[in-house]
Design a protein around this ligand. Structure first.
Ligand code: F6R
Ligand code: MG
Ligand code: MG
Length: 426
């Protein structure tokens, strides 16, 4: 249910307002740094969990206000054109427009420094998980690989440019696989694919193998079956989607960071962010958000170790509480006016997602009632916390010889896999 916001920032409710708009409302002058249609624009959406209350529920508004202060200064310094600070669950998100391209050191440093400053506030207030996603002590060039999640798109600005930023909490980059497949490949989701000739050229997917970072490229509609084979696996996630009508025009991007691979241990879920451009030969806004109407199961929720429905939520109602979940996704819609953000529209907060929320809550309860019995929690291999192997080891003597047998089985399995690959290569 939408929440009526009676004043600017009541406790626990954060209303994201683009910073240029805020500056104008305060009577401050805004720099003439803008981008015209036909020129290149970059939208960077960078997120991190640097502390929250109560437990892993939400960042404190003082942290978000600090972020707004620092990004406003960056607008004044003409480093960015515009910025929006928002949150989903315990994650802070900095969405910025600029002309510096993807992976720019100054933009990444701005994000890193902002998260560190917000994290210091969290530390001062003894908030939970303060600085959790800051895995390095010094910034060195690119925030990717240092903890925060990054989604960036550089594209030629159209005359009118609708852009949607989706952010999810208590889940992993895998959460966007099915929605993105459906948006760009399924006429059941996006009827434009079958009724608008502009779609017939199709789309190109850049799919990332999360552990190795290897990228594979596939085209739809021709390779839809292969795309599904990879996107159906939690080991792979969509990195980019490109248009084929306007050759290699990037139309969607997802953060694909796996913190555990960077830190070498579980340090929190890799709550993902995704940017999608819409309309005029791309899925309509309604088709884009349609992909989140079905609250499908995703890995995440309590201790990052459960399978729970991805619940579409309002930006005013995105506190994961029931069993640290269910995993939530919000959608902020913007029009881009010469680099300036107009919006946001609270796209997944609409009444038309009420039934999805109800269904999600029913599914969450159904899954919860399994307790620790699979599929109440993920299979051992996919558990984010390393606790279960420690428990198994504690009781090793109850299963005499089990580790020796494990090693023999592993050896056999490796031999069988090698044989399989050898045959496949012949
Ligand atoms: C899941 C998540 C939470 C925590 C849980 C335990 O992504 O963030 O479910 O895993 O609250 O947290 P700790 O181990 O910090 O007590
Ligand atoms: Mg947290
Ligand atoms: Mg989070």
């Amino acid at each position: 249910m939408p929440v009526i916001v009676t004043n600017d920032k009541p406790m626990g409710v954060w209303k994201p307002v683009p910073l240029r708009e805020q500056m104008k409302e305060k009577g401050q002058s805004v720099p003439d740094y803008v981008v015209n249609p036909g020129d290149k624009l970059t939208v960077s959406s960078i997120k991190a969990d640097v502390g929250s209350h109560t437990g892993h529920v939400q960042p404190h508004h003082k942290m978000l206000e600090k972020a707004e202060e620092l990004l406003t200064q960056a607008i004044k310094d003409k480093l960015i054109i515009d910025g929006v600070v928002f949150r989903v669950g315990d994650d802070m998100n900095l969405t910025m427009s600029h002309t510096r391209g993807v992976g720019d050191e100054k933009i990444h440093k701005l994000a890193f420094d902002t998260f560190v400053e917000a994290g210091k506030i969290a530390q001062d207030m003894s908030l939970y998980g303060a600085m959790q996603d800051i895995l390095v002590s010094e910034f060195s060039g690119n925030v990717q690989g240092m903890g925060p999640g990054v989604a960036e798109l550089e594209f030629i600005l159209r005359k009118t440019e609708p852009v949607i930023v989706f952010a999810a909490d208590k889940t992993s980059p895998y959460a966007f696989n099915r929605p993105l497949y459906n948006m760009f490949c399924s006429p059941y989701n996006s009827i434009g694919l079958a009724v608008d000739p502009k779609f017939f050229a199709g789309f190109k997917f850049q799919i990332k193998h999360l552990k190795t970072g290897a990228d594979g490229f596939f085209v739809s509609p021709e390779e839809r079956t292969a795309i599904k084979a990879f996107l159906g696996s939690e080991e792979y996630a969509v990195a980019y989607v490109y248009s084929r009508q306007v050759e290699d025009d990037p139309v969607a991007v997802c953060s694909t960071t796996r913190l555990s691979f960077i830190a070498g241990k579980y340090v929190g879920k890799d709550d993902p962010v995704c940017i999608v451009r819409a309309q005029s030969g791309l899925p309509a806004v309604g088709e884009v958000v349609n992909a989140f109407h079905f609250p499908g199961l995703v890995p995440g929720g309590m201790r990052g170790s459960s399978l729970r429905p991805l619940m579409p939520c309002s930006i005013f109602n995105c506190d994961p509480t029931y069993n640290d979940g269910p995993p939530r996704v919000i959608g902020l819609g913007f029009q881009i006016n010469r680099g300036e953000f107009i919006g946001p529209t609270d796209l997944l907060g609409d009444i038309s997602f009420d039934e999805s929320r109800r269904l999600a809550l029913k599914i969450a309860e159904y899954m919860q009632r399994h307790g620790v019995f699979y599929p109440g929690i993920l299979p051992d291999k996919e558990l984010e916390y390393g606790g279960k192997p420690v428990i198994y080891k504690m009781y090793e003597d109850r299963f005499p010889g089990i580790y020796k047998k494990f090693r023999e089985l592993e050896k056999k399995q490796l031999e069988a896999e090698a044989e399989f690959i050898k045959k496949a290569e012949q």
